[in-house]
Design a protein around this ligand. Structure first.
Ligand code: PMP
Length: 365
């Protein structure tokens, strides 16, 4: 017996941690700083760390079935009903749930190129096809309704990433509305706001709920995560906000105990820790401005907690930087072999990354 034919499936390339890199290079982990996976340089919210410790003694019990208290806290944050919040094992889990709730064999899903790999992976798991719309580097990866509509062909799901990974570009809400109006009734527009806290733009939840001059609608969903601004990537907690009409589907598609009790306790503590989020967002804004001003190469304007840099050869530059103790993301796997992506770090980490990169660029000249 063998697995089914998985030749169309591409494995997710997760960034390697400091321990792994240090072991491979035979070096001390303290030599390294990792700015490769858009993690929070300030760590988790301190309140969440306390909540995780306090939950330790009760993990022999199953989590509460619907995570009612966290669902309510997230619902309050967005002023939606509890049923409109689909908690999941990270934003990735929420992407899976939206596929389970929509895609049947033969359907297609439209995703950005370059873009976050898991959209396409999830579609394939659910026997869907993957189609792409291009975001052009010459246009600074600009996102608008027209670019997506040119590629659209009755796809069941259309993924928008705002801010976009890896470029940091965003899409105006008016364009999301135009897209939702122009696509079929059976198409759901998914606005992935994994990096939403770092951007100046309002959330597309306004479109779902009919706020800020928009009409309420049943064909837009929003993805959010606790991995970035809340610093909880390791506990795996994310969610989708869906239209009211979609509420019933969650119970039918979610995995039993969609999020762990540790994740839920941590999330509940973190969601009230505005100070930690504000500090994190402030650091990211300063870091990306510093990188744009001081890197000796083109740095795209970004609304995320990372910047994309045009370095000529991303693989060579990332390797050289890693040798010098700074781990960044080579963007070859995004189809951008000339680029690296650098996560916004603390002041000290950002300054070290910029000095190291400029050093490497000077030696390659
Ligand atoms: N969307 C985008 C655009 C991402 O970059 C990521 C993480 N890299 C996710 C979703 C999922 O994040 P998580 O599963 O950690 O919530």
């Amino acid at each position: 017996m063998q697995p089914r034919d998985l030749s169309d499936h591409v494995a997710y390339e997760a960034g390697r941690g400091i321990e792994e890199v240090a072991r491979e290079l035979g070096r001390d982990p303290s030599d390294f700083v990792k700015l490769a996976s858009n993690e929070n340089p300030h760590g988790p919210s301190p309140a969440a760390a306390v909540a995780i410790r306090e939950t330790a003694s009760s993990v022999s019990s199953y989590p509460k079935a619907v995570h009612a208290d966290l669902r309510s806290a997230v619902a309050d944050r967005w002023e939606v009903t509890d049923e409109q919040v689909w908690l999941a094992n990270g934003g990735d889990g929420a992407i899976d749930y939206l596929h389970r709730a929509t895609v049947v064999p033969g359907d297609t899903v439209l995703v950005p190129d370059p873009g976050f790999a898991y959209y396409g992976m999830s579609s394939r798991f659910h026997h869907g096809g993957v189609r792409e719309y291009g975001l052009e580097r010459e246009d600074d990866f600009a996102q608008d309704a027209e670019t997506v509509l040119e590629a659209y062909d009755g796809d069941r799901l259309v993924f928008l990433t705002s801010p976009h990974n890896p470029s940091g570009s965003t899409i105006p809400l008016a364009d999301v509305e135009t897209l939702a109006d122009a696509t079929d009734d059976e198409t759901l527009i998914v606005v992935d706001e994994a990096y939403g806290e770092f951007a100046d733009r309002d959330s597309a939840v306004a479109l779902i709920e009919g706020r800020d001059g928009f009409e309420a609608r049943d064909d837009v969903a929003v993805l959010r995560t606790f991995s970035k601004a809340y610093g909880l990537a390791g506990v795996r907690l994310g969610y989708a906000v869906v239209p009211d009409e979609w509420s019933d589907a969650y119970a039918r598609v979610n995995t039993p105990f969609a999020a762990s009790e540790l994740a839920c306790r941590a999330g509940l503590a973190a969601i009230d820790d505005d100070e930690h989020v504000e500090r994190t967002v402030g650091t990211a804004r300063e870091s990306r401005a510093y990188m744009r001003e001081n890197v000796d190469a083109h740095v795209w304007e970004s609304e995320g907690n990372f910047v994309l840099v045009d370095v000529g050869d991303g693989s060579v530059v990332a390797d050289e930087m890693q040798e010098r103790g700074v781990i960044v993301r080579d963007c070859s796997s995004f189809g951008l072999p000339g680029c690296i992506r650098i996560t916004c770090g603390t002041d000290e980490e950002t300054e070290r990354a910029v000095a190291t990169l400029n050093d490497v660029l000077a030696t390659l000249d």
